[in-house]
Design a protein around this ligand. Structure first.
Ligand SMILES: C[S@@+](CC[C@H](N)C(=O)[O-])C[C@H]1O[C@@H](n2cnc3c(N)ncnc32)[C@H](O)[C@@H]1O
Length: 398
């Protein structure tokens, strides 16, 4: 078997060129500071306080660079520790940080299992890593032990149904190519994948594209020597066993059974999410936030009118215009598509979202009284937050 370290030395993942940093910032979930604030700090973190973060299994640096760049641009004092087993991946992450003049990052080569020796952190990012450990619960426990009081975890682990077709190929290639170097495995596996018949579950799975993106992507998807996926019940069990509690999935709508069909009363919340995952069938990864068990924190909610709503991937003006004209709002994500219909009278509220105003200020700007505001804002929040199009955070709002 090619070990995890050998794989990521040969094929640092994801494949990135530090020269590209001058022309774009890769953003996403988990670990955008707005998302961290919303899910872990009730939307009201005081960003004048230093932020200590661990990027565990940081790879070539996507999550790291996003976090460091957004905090730097917002002038938030921060200390970020990056740790990864692969020196090749670290080299690329370091070069990307240097290209952006990002300081405040300490780079380490090592295992996240030693996270408690690296310090205590307000936030831990662990994206696409825990499912590659020989004993994933050990990783979740190590991260829990390195979390500071009041902190939280943003993570991604693989999900089974959206990855249909992957595991039989991984197993077949593992059996076929025992003893071969990573480069030889790649060349041979590519030939086989190119010749798969149309009906092969992997070829038929339109949810997956990493194998087309790069050699590192192909290797990571189909030749990994240590890889497993977690269904919703498996994931909730593992969090429970390792001292964590799920705060929420980054796109809750995907797991909301009532958005797919009538939710029967006999299903618990966990069972309903498990059924939704099966009905969707397209979820390849679970992106979620977690806090320590026993921590009563809840995600941000607009019942607190001091919160500042922030739109993501959608413009306030364009959205407000569409709502004012009673136009349906299409949501197109890889995992699901939906049509949102927001109340026409909410259009002035949406138009007043500028990344600075609080909900109370939005109500005043739109000349809507508090009672009417509550009735209009409820459906806006439900749809936009649940589809990941809106978050609450005061980061950079002043
Ligand atoms: C799929 S990549 C994900 C990289 C990055 N987090 C991202 O999302 O772009 C997995 C990374 O985890 C690292 N890794 C795997 N096991 C690890 C461990 N026990 N400790 C630290 N890093 C680990 C690998 O070297 C690799 O760089």
């Amino acid at each position: 078997m090619v070990s995890v370290t050998e794989q990521y030395e040969a094929y640092p993942y994801p494949e990135r060129d530090p020269a590209d940093e001058v022309r774009r910032l890769i953003t996403g979930s988990p670990s955008h500071p707005l998302e961290i604030d919303h899910w872990l700090y009730v939307g009201k973190r005081d960003w004048s306080h230093p932020f200590r973060a661990l990027v565990a299994g940081g790879g070539t640096g996507d999550g790291l660079i996003q976090l460091a760049q957004v905090l730097t641009s917002a002038r938030v004092p921060h200390e970020i520790t990056y740790v990864d087993l692969s020196t090749a991946a670290r080299g690329i992450a370091e070069a990307r940080a240097a290209a952006r003049n990002l300081t405040g990052i300490t780079f380490r080569t090592g295992s996240l299992l030693d996270a408690p020796d690296l310090g205590r952190f307000d936030y831990i990012d662990c994206c696409g890593v825990l499912h590659h450990l020989p004993d994933p619960p050990e990783g979740f426990r190590a991260l829990r032990a390195s979390l500071a009081e009041g902190g939280g975890l943003g993570f991604m682990v693989y999900a089974p149904y959206g990855r249909s077709g992957v595991y039989p190929l991984q197993e077949a290639f593992g059996a076929l190519y025992r003893g071969l170097a990573p480069q030889d495995r790649l060349a041979r596996a590519k030939d086989i994948v190119a010749a798969l018949s149309e009906g092969h579950p992997f070829r038929a799975n339109v949810n997956l594209g990493d194998h087309h993106a790069s050699d590192a992507g192909f290797y990571d998807l189909l030749l990994h020597g240590q890889d497993r996926a977690y269904s919703v019940p498996d994931l909730l069990d593992m969090l429970d066993q390792t001292g964590w509690r799920l705060m929420g999935f980054a796109t809750p709508a995907l797991y909301d059974l009532s958005r797919i069909t009538t939710r029967p009363a006999h299903l618990t919340d966990a069972q309903a999410m498990a059924v939704a995952e099966k009905l969707r069938g397209t979820i390849r990864v679970h992106i979620a936030y977690a806090v320590p068990q026993g921590d009563a924190r809840q995600p941000a909610r607009g019942a607190n009118r001091a919160l500042v709503p922030r739109l993501r991937g959608v413009q306030a003006r364009a959205l407000a215009q569409a709502v004012a004209q009673d136009k349906p709002i299409p949501v197109r994500q890889k995992e699901a598509q939906a049509i949102l219909t927001l109340p026409r009278k909410a259009a002035p509220l949406i138009a007043a979202i500028d990344g600075r105003r609080s909900l109370a200020q939005i109500a005043t700007a739109a000349q809507v009284d508090p009672l009417a505001f509550g009735a209009l804002w409820g459906p806006v929040e439900r749809d936009l937050v649940d589809w990941g199009l809106m978050l609450y955070s005061g980061l950079g709002a002043r």
